[in-house]
Design a protein around this ligand. Sequence first.
Ligand code: ZN
Length: 137
Amino acid sequence: MDGYFGEIRVRTGSRIEFRNITSDVRRIVGESGVRSGIATVYTPHTTTAIFVNEDESGLRGDLMKVLEKLIPVEGGYQHDLVDDNAFAHLRSIIVSPSITIPIRDGRLMLGTWQSIFLAEFDGPRTRTVYVQVLGFR
Ligand code: ZN
């Protein structure tokens, strides 16, 4: 079994946004030479998250709306007394900081309508995404 580690840097442009990072992850999987295995996509921040879904502007808006309903920016949170970004931490926890995708024949096994997103909840900032590829060449 072989491993390969890649890193993606993303400069986000607003406080809350969803950035499609699929092509960067595909590039790293290609560089890895792994034909059969898994790629774990992980963001090492407490106010970002990773998810997989369709890249459609209406759906991105719907997700913003649902997250605002579930975890409003203003919620009387205790963490806001020290840092004023509790909603961003809570959304990161709910959405999750990582995903794992299977690789077969050297390709990420994403469905036709699936893309990989970095979710920014407390931008704009420079963010990091790690991609750990494990498998057989
Ligand atoms: Zn905080």
